[in-house]
Design a protein around this ligand. Structure first.
Ligand code: SF4
Ligand code: FES
Length: 251
C-alpha cells in the first residue's frame, strides 16, 4: 500500500507544532499501525531526518501506552482496539491518514505524538489502591466474592489507563477512567473500608488536575479500547454523593 501520512510534529511543550506530510510506500496490510510508523521512522533516519516520537511499550494491548488520534478517532477506526493492535488491513491503498496526539489540558504535549499522562498517576495515588498489609500471597479463594461482583470488578479492572476516554471527550473528562478504578474496588470486599475516602479523594484530585466534567455524550465509551461501560460512571456518582453526604468529617 502507498499512504499519505499527515503527522503532528512538535519539538517540545512550548514550541509551536504543525502537521507535516509524508509519503510512505510498501506498507503491508499485515503490519500493525505502530509497525507502519516504525517503517516511516527507519526511512526518516536513513534520510537524516528526525524520527516521529510516539508512545508504546507492550504492543499487546495491555500496557495503555500507545495513544494516537487517527483520523480524529482515539485509537483509530476499530472498536475495542488499542492503536498497537490496529492493523493496516483496515486502511486502503492511497489513503491519507491524519495522526495527532491526545489533546487535553491535563495531558500536556511532550513531543510530537507523546503526551504527559502523569495526571492519571496522581489520580491513582489519590485513592486507586487498597491499604492492607498483604503479607504473603493469600489463597485466591480466601475471601468469597459473589460471581456477579467478581465479573463486574474484573470488567472494570480491564481499564489500561490509556487516556482515550479523555482524548475523545469534548470536555476532556476523566470520569470513565476514574469510574473504572472506583468500580473495580467497590465491587470487592477489600475495597469497602476506604470506599468513601476513595471516591472523595479521586474525584477531588481529578477536578484539581484540570479534567472537565461528564455531560453524558458517551464518546468515552465508544473510544475505549477495553470497552469500559459508562454505567461505571453512575456507580462513581452514587459513591461520591453518598460519601459527600454521609462520610465522617475528615474522611
Ligand atoms: S476507561 Fe478505557 S479509554 Fe479510558 S483509560 Fe481506561 S481503557 Fe483507556
Ligand atoms: S503499546 Fe501497550 S497497549 Fe498499546
Amino acid at each position: 500500500m502507498k499512504l499519505t501520512l499527515k503527522i503532528w510534529r512538535q519539538a517540545g511543550p512550548s514550541v509551536r507544532g504543525s502537521l507535516e506530510t509524508y509519503e510512505l510506500d510498501g506498507v503491508s496490510t499485515h503490519m500493525s499501525f505502530l509497525e507502519m510508523l516504525d517503517v516511516l521512522n527507519d526511512k526518516l533516519e536513513l534520510e537524516g531526518r528526525e524520527p516521529v516520537a510516539f508512545d508504546h511499550d507492550c504492543r499487546e494491548g495491555i500496557c495503555g501506552m500507545c495513544s494516537l488520534m487517527i483520523n480524529g478517532e482515539a485509537h483509530g477506526p476499530e472498536e475495542g482496539t488499542t492503536v498497537c493492535q490496529l492493523h493496516m488491513r483496515h486502511f486502503k491503498d492511497g489513503d491519507t491518514i491524519v495522526i495527532e496526539p491526545w489533546r487535553a489540558r491535563a495531558f500536556p504535549i511532550v513531543r510530537d505524538l507523546i503526551v504527559d499522562r502523569a495526571a492519571f498517576d496522581r489520580i491513582i495515588e489519590a485513592g486507586g489502591f487498597v491499604s492492607v498489609n498483604t503479607g504473603g500471597a493469600p489463597d485466591g479463594n480466601a475471601i468469597p466474592v459473589p460471581k456477579e461482583n467478581a465479573d463486574a470488578a474484573m470488567d472494570a479492572a480491564a481499564c489500561i489507563g490509556c487516556g482515550a476516554c479523555v482524548a475523545s471527550c469534548k470536555n476532556a473528562s476523566a470520569m470513565l477512567f476514574v469510574s473504572a478504578k472506583i468500580s473495580h474496588l467497590a465491587h470487592l470486599p477489600q475495597g469497602q473500608a476506604e470506599r468513601d475516602r476513595r471516591a472523595l479523594s479521586m474525584v477531588s484530585t481529578m477536578d484539581k488536575l484540570g479534567f472537565g466534567n461528564c455531560t453524558n455524550t458517551y464518546d468515552c465509551e465508544a473510544a475505549c479500547p477495553k470497552e469500559i461501560k459508562i454505567s461505571n460512571i453512575a456507580l462513581l456518582n452514587r459513591d461520591f454523593l453518598k460519601a459527600s453526604l454521609c462520610s465522617r468529617k475528615g474522611v
